[in-house]
Design a protein around this ligand. Structure first.
Ligand SMILES: [Zn+2]
Length: 348
């Protein structure tokens, strides 16, 4: 039963929506923009439920839906006749027929039982130019009772005429600390893991949840740090065999892979390495583990930092940044990783 109080951070967005609810001045069209997993639809549904609620209540600092009236009950079961989600037939695009049939021809029918008729359009960036033009016709002369909420991970895909008729509400990155608290309190994730997932999610709540519930990430982390701890005694072909083992695509997932390397795994692998050496810098400077990301690897981190200089750690981090930028500009990924790991081996 999600409400405004359940939205992590996003203060400006909440403030705007609260102002709308209190002043009763709703616009006909909104764009909520933010990356996948950031919680756009979660927020849109809370806003829609509150707009339609017949008996809104002050709860703490927010004016919230009552969650008890007939409208709220239907909204909660995602079964509200006047909160309509625009789905599309083709996975990759929202065509003109989707918008014509499900929106343009539908807006003329008055709300079934509520004050507003609210349309939510997920993945709005997938609207073709023709679909956007069809939508524009509605935005130019909207019936008084309609509210359209377009969700998108790429606002640049919209015609300027669409954007100029919408109130744009950008999602902000959530604070690491808010995400950590959420994972611990609401999802019963243990503290060190919550901290780790929050750091890796870079402000994206959905990604943090995914990492926290995903065994693959835990395995990747352990195998990557284990590889670093053994680098000194491994030959280069053994090192690369292990790298390939670690970064092997999951069964049937060839889509996001390059030369037998899963690129999603590769990105997390590089982040783990960078965070690991950053932890070494922090530990060397402070000699305590309170600010580390890998608090479960303190004994290894402390043992390495005894013999390595700040300068050497700095070199390693620089080499990793170079490897990352080479790989992103399409240099042979095996070669770039090999050079980078040999560089790390030399310093350890
Ligand atoms: Zn209600």
């Amino acid at each position: 039963m999600a409400d405004f109080s359940d939205i992590i951070d996003q203060e400006q967005m909440k403030e705007h929506m609260q102002h709308v609810l209190r002043s009763d001045k709703v616009s006909h069209a909104y764009i909520i923009s933010g990356e996948n997993g950031s919680g756009k639809e979660f927020i849109a549904r809370i806003f829609a439920k509150a707009l339609q609620c017949q008996d809104k209540k002050e709860k703490g600092e927010y004016l919230e839906a009552c969650n008890e009236c007939p409208s709220c009950i239907k909204a909660l079961s995602e079964n509200h006749p006047d909160i309509i989600t625009i789905t599309h037939e083709k996975p990759a695009s929202i065509g003109v027929d989707d918008i014509r049939l499900k929106l343009r021809d539908d807006v003329v029918i008055k709300p079934y039982e509520s004050r507003y008729k609210i349309y939510i359009i997920p993945e709005g960036e997938k609207m073709t130019p023709a679909a956007q033009n069809a939508l524009l016709k509605t935005l130019e002369e909207p019936p008084s009772y309609i509210v359209i909420i377009i969700l998108t991970s790429n606002i640049n895909a919209f015609l300027p005429t669409i954007i100029s008729r919408c109130i744009v509400l950008p999602m902000k990155v959530a604070r690491d600390d808010s995400i950590r608290k959420f994972l611990m309190e609401e999802c019963q994730v243990v503290d060190y893991k919550a901290m780790l997932c929050a750091s890796f999610a870079r402000g994206n709540v959905g990604k943090a949840l995914d990492l926290a519930s995903n065994e693959r990430f835990e395995t990747l982390k352990n195998e990557t740090i284990d590889l670093v701890s053994k680098l000194k005694n491994l030959e280069i072909h053994d090192i690369m065999d292990r790298v390939h083992g670690i970064l092997e695509p999951a069964d049937g997932d060839e889509k996001s892979s390059k030369k037998g390397i899963d690129m999603g795994q590769y990105e997390d692998f590089m982040d783990i390495l960078i965070f690991l050496f950053r932890d070494m810098l922090v530990y060397k400077a402070t000699e305590n583990d309170t600010h580390l990301i890998f608090t479960d690897k303190v004994s290894y981190i402390s043992s390495v930092t005894k013999d390595i200089s700040y300068e050497e750690i700095g070199h390693i981090i620089k080499d990793m940044e170079i490897a990352k930028s080479r790989i992103s500009s399409n240099v042979n990924i095996d070669l770039a990783l090999e050079l980078m790991l040999l560089g790390i081996k030399e310093h350890l």
